[in-house]
Design a binder for this molecule. Structure first.
Ligand code: ZN
Length: 310
């Protein structure tokens, strides 16, 4: 049981359905737009929290008209397929999300984990916590960057901000003062880019774009309260983590921790590795840093080990 209410109203008709366990992965927050078109944004909080929120607002699951997905990740598309079976609702996503949302194989391809040495560990995590994401998802239509999704009185403005994943989309709510930042999530862990379809440089640009938009309220998928105080500072701190990690990698290499394998076991990005599958994500993220460091002439590879250029 969580020691906080399952939902809070952020602005009139817009409710944050909080994930369990402080909305930490494998949970995530969901938004409910209680408007003419009853809309969920993502479906990754527990069914219990989604159901109880609907009930508190005088609805039930079959009343849902639409689910808008921010990206293909398992903690976000979550229960969408199950809910669609109950509510016969629309599921809409970014056109770049379709492959990763619709089929299990498409999702494996986007993760880039097929054939990886930690694939079986990833499957074990799914079997343990994500039985509901194994099925096919029926996407009824797609949304486009900047084209408003009308819920009645409430307008959702898709802002395609890739990097975390290729399809990662944030949403302005009735303008750009309040933004659902999704996995520009402002957590202390920092940015996550452990998929084949993740990109560090795109991610940095996306965070910079949010900083330029200068919103007053940022809603994270993995924090139970929207961030208002010090939001700009929090965004800059989140942005700085890319460079902190890069520096850590360079420092480690100078101490002889000079292969992906060794860096992943340090570990470098995750402060601790809760399950073996996290080594896969650690490795994917390290590889992306190494690629950029090589490109920028800061290191080279000799006999399968990294060597600093200066
Ligand atoms: Zn994600």
């Amino acid at each position: 049981m969580s020691d906080y209410p399952a939902h809070i109203e952020i602005i009139p008709q817009v409710h944050l359905i909080r994930g369990e366990n402080n909305a930490r992965f494998p949970e995530a927050n969901t938004l409910l737009i209680d408007d003419e078109i009853l809309t969920l944004v993502d479906a990754g909080s527990s069914m219990k929290n989604i159901e109880s929120t609907l009930k508190d607002l005088g609805h039930s699951m079959p009343d849902l008209d639409r689910i808008v997905l921010t990206h293909f990740h398992i903690d976000h598309k979550g229960h969408a397929s199950e809910i669609q079976k109950i509510a016969d609702c629309e599921i809409i996503c970014h056109e770049l999300a379709e492959t990763g949302v619709k089929t299990f194989q498409g999702m494996v391809d986007f993760y880039g984990i097929g054939g990886h040495k930690y694939y079986d560990d990833w499957r074990a995590l799914l079997d343990l916590r994500f039985g509901h994401v194994m099925s096919e998802y029926t996407v009824t239509s797609t949304f486009s960057d900047g084209v408003t999704i009308d819920c009645g009185h409430t307008e959702l403005i898709p802002i395609h901000l890739p990097g975390h994943t290729i399809d990662h989309t944030c949403f302005g709510i009735n303008g750009l003062e309040t933004i659902f930042l999704v996995d520009i999530d402002l957590t202390r862990f920092g940015p996550w880019y452990g998929n084949k379809v993740s990109d560090i440089e795109e991610f940095k640009k996306s965070v910079d774009r949010v900083i330029e938009m200068n919103p007053s309220v940022g809603i994270s998928s993995h924090l139970i309260n929207p961030v208002t105080d010090g939001l700009d500072e929090r965004l800059h701190a989140f942005r700085a983590i890319f460079d902190e990690r890069e520096q850590r990698i360079l420092d480690s290499i100078s101490k002889g921790i000079d292969t992906i394998e060794k860096l992943s076991k340090a570990p470098t990005i995750y402060p601790r590795i809760p399950m073996d599958v996290y080594y896969a994500f650690e490795m994917f993220m390290l590889e992306k840093h190494i690629e950029l460091l090589k490109r920028d002439g800061l290191l080279r590879e000799e006999n399968k080990c990294f060597v600093l250029e200066r």
